[in-house]
Design a binder for this molecule. Structure first.
Ligand code: SF4
Length: 127
């Protein structure tokens, strides 16, 4: 899941997470639902190895999970990849690809295990 912040890097985190999920790489989750402490979202995320992509070092996504008592198996910060934070939501395909590759690379190195999508609904929105 990406932090989906307003800055370019927040939007990059969301788009990369959405594309990875669409490609069957992982199950998408609604970070807002977890932030709202809605039971179904908390249960789903507690059973998963959560991958969080944050736009910047503020790490809002990871903090939301931590506040909900959930673990983070893999955490990536977009600005750590050399992508500058700007208050401009325009994204380049090149940057999206860079974030996706960084996530794939982290998981290939064994930082998180469960990346295959499970059976059933792909989003806690149905809870
Ligand atoms: S991690 Fe950074 S980009 Fe993402 S919501 Fe927080 S401040 Fe915005």
């Amino acid at each position: 899941m990406g932090c989906a912040g307003a800055a370019n890097v927040g939007q990059l985190s969301h788009r990369a997470a959405a594309e990875l999920a669409g490609e069957g790489f992982a199950r998408p989750f609604c970070l807002a639902g977890i932030g709202a402490h809605i039971k179904g979202f908390l249960k789903g995320a507690s059973d998963a190895d959560n991958i969080v992509i944050d736009g910047c070092a503020m790490a809002c996504g990871r903090t939301i999970l931590e506040h909900a008592g959930l673990s983070v198996a893999c955490h990536l910060v977009v600005t750590d990849l050399g992508i500058e934070k700007r208050m401009n939501p325009l994204l380049s395909d090149e940057d999206v690809a860079k974030v996706k590759e960084a996530v794939r690379s982290r998981l290939a190195s064994g930082e998180a295990g469960k990346s295959a999508p499970p059976e059933g609904p792909s989003c806690g929105c149905s809870s």
